[in-house]
Design a protein around this ligand. Structure first.
Ligand SMILES: C[S@@+](CC[C@H](N)C(=O)[O-])C[C@H]1O[C@@H](n2cnc3c(N)ncnc32)[C@H](O)[C@@H]1O
Length: 355
């Protein structure tokens, strides 16, 4: 069979899994692919279809958050949508999400509105590096991530564990270096997010990522289609790393701003609030409320979410007092309500807005 290779041969040549090659064949994403009986045959000179320029992706498919993130708003999205301000996409032409995390609302807005300007930020510098790399170097990032996925899936038990911890070590050595390869760091960031325990991002006091391996037998680490959609959507997004206050200049009376800060813990040990080395304590919540009031005075449409202290203490008026000039609504959300995540239930959460 000259001029053609089998799916297994293509898998070796392209350093991707056999399963992945079959998917690409089924989706007709390889130029010249055909069938001989029940076997796929691929031209030997066919291009590996992972590059943004050679992969066809469907623009009508929505981009989704590409990370798992503590406090991710995927579950609350249907409710949040009903709180988007009137005029979004017409009189409101700008969107800002200063504490973006995995960006459940960001991607919903990118999928459904054609806005003029969008700005996101987060204090987690490695998270922001990952957004930036996906925006600028998607093909290279995807290629690396695919290698990590293949290596991870091919291993079991102790071998897989050893691989995870060596990847974690590599990541930690890179984040210490000033001029480390940013694309490699981003690929490792996604790999660790998809394979670590519960997708947590937790660092020790030296800033080193210390989450143990999760126990997923066959995790999807490199969702090429979604990563390409995300990269495309990010083309028009400005991305900055650091404190939310840096977004002040961008925000004006044409801007919708969504704040999703680390939630105020319902009890001392209840919730995870440490996404970076710095904690987000009550003073930080007060400072954020001041910042929000200042943006409201500028004429921005501001929406913020937080935990409802009344879930555990009906007399706790912390947020009701803090945001008494704004509207506060209580909505129900499915959440883990203790630190181990074993006690899940419906809790009330706060949505605060000025419109
Ligand atoms: C609850 S998460 C946001 C989750 C996001 N809405 C989602 O759907 O994935 C809160 C985020 O705030 C970020 N953060 C904490 N303190 C910050 C600060 N001072 N400035 C900017 N971002 C901050 C954290 O790194 C974290 O990503």
């Amino acid at each position: 069979m000259t001029g053609f290779m089998t799916a297994s041969e293509a898998a070796v040549k392209w350093n991707i899994s056999h399963r992945r090659v079959i998917t690409l064949c089924n989706e007709n994403r390889i130029e010249g692919v055909g069938m001989l009986g029940k076997m796929w045959i691929i031209p030997v000179d066919a291009e590996k279809p992972i590059d943004a320029r050679t992969t066809r992706y469907d623009e009508t498919v929505n981009a989704k958050p590409f990370l798992k993130w503590a406090g991710g708003k995927g579950q609350l999205l249907d409710t949040l949508r009903t709180y988007y301000p009137e005029g979004l996409g017409t009189t409101i032409t700008k969107y800002c999400e200063p504490m973006v995390g995995a960006g459940a609302v960001l991607f919903d807005i990118l999928n459904n509105y054609d806005l003029e300007e969008i700005l996101i930020s987060d204090s987690n510098a490695e998270l922001i590096n990952t957004y930036n790399e996906l925006k600028k170097n998607a093909s290279e990032l995807i290629q690396l991530l695919q290698q990590f996925e293949n290596a991870h899936i091919a291993k079991v038990n102790e071998d897989r564990k050893e691989y995870y911890y060596s990847q974690r070590e590599m990541y930690n050595s890179l984040i210490e270096k000033k001029n480390a390869n940013a694309t490699l760091k981003a690929a490792l960031f996604i790999y660790l997010n998809k394979t670590c325990f519960n997708g947590l991002y937790r660092v020790n006091r030296h800033g080193q990522f210390n989450v143990p391996m999760g126990s997923y037998s066959n995790p999807t680490i490199c969702d090429i289609e979604n990563l390409l959609l995300v990269a495309k959507k990010l083309e028009k997004v400005k991305i900055i790393s650091g404190d939310y206050k840096q977004t002040e200049k961008f925000i004006d009376d044409k801007t919708f701003v969504y704040f999703d800060p680390p939630y105020r813990p319902l009890s001392k040990t209840a919730e995870f609030t440490s996404y970076t080395e710095a904690e987000f304590n009550d003073n930080n919540q007060i400072e954020l409320a001041e910042f929000i009031k200042m943006l409201v005075e500028k004429g921005a449409k501001v929406l913020a979410s937080n935990s409802d202290p009344k879930n555990t203490n009906p007399d706790d008026n912390f947020f009701d007092d803090l945001y008494k000039q704004l509207k506060i609504e209580r909505v129900s959300a499915k959440r883990a309500i203790n630190s181990k995540g074993s006690k899940r239930g419906t809790v009330s959460e706060l949505l605060i807005c000025n419109y």
